[in-house]
Design a protein around this ligand. Structure first.
Ligand code: ADP
Ligand code: MG
Length: 264
């Protein structure tokens, strides 16, 4: 049964979309069945998966407004090896249309829960704000993965995000967990990076992934070719880092399952 992970951070430009696309491709490369859900009206994860967001027949909009079923909307991305539910600016219209509907926070969960058996991982790319689209993602998710840049204001943003998690737990999803914190665009030569990184580990302990994603130009170039870095330049530091992240994630879940079994 799939683990549903929302990749979220209220800050923009921290590597949410880059993480979604490259982690999806890396998990697929390790033979996991992956669904990537693009919940951001910017449609960057869709474009980065080689799908033209302006030419979509069906998208997340149709799912949220019950105009089409998940199986009609989901596309298999041959290049990345994962399935994707594409999204574009129409998601903003869905948000407006849902405003008056009862149960509007749970539309995504309702529609995608039946597909949990078809996948090992569902990754959701979230917009950089706490709107109804994000709330739908967080209502459905088992956990959140938080990409962050180790810079001065990062910790402040993180405090806001932890407040959000608490609010979501108290309202739409009491089971929401923090999957982990991922350090992105990491520059080990910067003393600020090392300081902030140290504070993160102090505060979040082993929730901080050991793998860090370095700043790597291939990761920035790959989306314009509609590919994950793994296909664009598989020897690049970025591609290798995301493969390592997939490995760490799978190992963590394996270890957790084993300890759950022991507890029973
Ligand atoms: P978000 O989805 O959080 O807004 P993106 O994943 O779109 O962030 O990343 C923001 C910008 O930074 C994009 O142009 C992306 O290509 C670039 N980028 C992301 N991660 C890296 C990285 N590790 N190294 C270099 N560039 C990166
Ligand atoms: Mg994004």
């Amino acid at each position: 049964m799939a683990r549903v992970i929302a990749v979220t951070n209220q800050k923009g430009g921290v590597g949410k979309t880059t993480t979604c696309v490259n982690l999806a491709a890396s998990l697929a490369a390790t033979k996991r069945r992956v669904l990537l859900v693009d919940m951001d009206p910017q449609g960057n994860a869709t474009m980065g998966s080689g799908i033209d967001k302006n030419a979509l027949q069906l998208s997340g909009y149709d799912l949220l407004t019950k105009r089409a079923s998940a199986s009609e909307i989901i596309i298999h991305n041959e290049m990345g090896g994962y399935d994707i539910m594409p999204g574009n600016g129409d998601l903003t219209a869905a948000e407006v249309e849902l405003m008056m509907e009862i149960g509007r926070e749970h539309r995504l969960r309702q529609a995608l829960n039946p597909l949990r058996d078809n996948y090992d991982y569902v990754l959701i790319d979230c917009p950089p704000s706490l709107n109804l689209l994000t709330v739908n993602a967080l209502s459905f998710a088992d956990s959140i993965l938080i990409p962050m840049q180790c810079e001065y204001y990062a910790l402040e943003g993180l405090a806001a995000l932890m407040n959000t998690v608490q609010q979501i737990q108290e309202t739409v999803n009491p089971n929401l967990q923090v999957e982990g914190i991922l350090r992105t665009m990491y520059d080990p030569r910067s003393s600020l990076t090392r300081d902030v990184s140290g504070q993160l580990i102090e505060f979040f302990g082993d929730k901080v992934y050991r793998v860090v994603i370095p700043r790597n130009v291939r990761l920035a170039e790959a989306p314009s070719h509609g590919m994950p870095a793994l296909k664009y330049d598989k020897a690049s530091k970025g591609a290798i880092a995301y493969l390592a992240l997939a490995g760490e994630m799978v190992r963590r879940h394996g270890a957790k399952k084993a300890s759950d079994a022991v507890a029973v």
